[in-house]
Ligand binder design. Sequence first.
Ligand code: 13P
Ligand code: SF4
Length: 310
Amino acid sequence: MEKDKLVKLIEEIKKKKNAVILAHYYQVAEIQDIADFVGDSLQLSQRAAETDADIIVFAGVHFMAETAKILSPSKVVLLPDLEAGCSLASSAPEKEFSDFVKQHPDHKVVTYINCSAAVKTWSDVIVTSSNAVKIVESFPKYQKLIFAPDKNLGAYINGLTGRNMLLWDGACEVHETIRTESILQLKLQNPDAKLIAHPECKQPVLILADFIGSTAAMLDFTAKDSSQKFIVATETGIIHQMQKLSPEKEFIVVPSDETCSCNDCPYMKLNTLEKLYLCLLNQTPEITLSDEIIEKARKPILRMLELSVR
Ligand code: 13P
Ligand code: SF4
């Protein structure tokens, strides 16, 4: 079906069913453009918690849609493609994770939102890349902490806060492929450009960065900073909003290797306009979770939302 026709149909059906479309910055541009709200992981969970729509279509990945369901259990939560997973979430299967937690009973468990609902039930508090430092700092210095599942984000927070959190060995397969060699080459070619990086990148990349932050923080930085050129070390989807906010500025994506000129998250990019239309029309695939999981996973997420506004 043609794009314009699909967009029109989605608009109509969305209105008829009182649905809301929430999209992450890593979605393709045409999905971002049709969404009611585009944001980072924290902003999307806040929106999911407060919406009065009957249906939430989550244009993102599975753990994000699960979080929306946990926060709004009475709503129908749809994910255009159920295969839209996340390498970080898959790196922490519930059994291994719960065994690890049980082996460290004197540790509090700080878990990145990029994990399954089952893993959330074993956590004391959830964090995203935009509030992780603040939430870790809310624990007394003497408190032993586990940080999971992103070892890169965990190491970055350890460095910033002087903590020694025990790190789970997980990583984002997209950010892990961003190499310093490619960045140095781009810096040589563009000496006037600033490097901005997501904290899921490896430490050597972060050391080179002029600014480190969540997708929303990077977007805000590019809009406010006086530089006219940015080398962007994260997933490509964010460029769409950067370019929209600052049409006169130039954004250069760091190639993940010589054969690829982009860093596309294979899971985020599984969602298409057509799948979005079909899931809204047929109200499937739907995210379902047991009442027990919802009740247990809700507590650490609500704790995060509470600590984020303080
Ligand atoms: P943020 O939305 O918190 O920047 O996280 C990026 C990401 O990798 C989401 O999967
Ligand atoms: Fe997961 Fe990385 Fe994709 Fe985000 S970009 S959904 S962390 S694999």
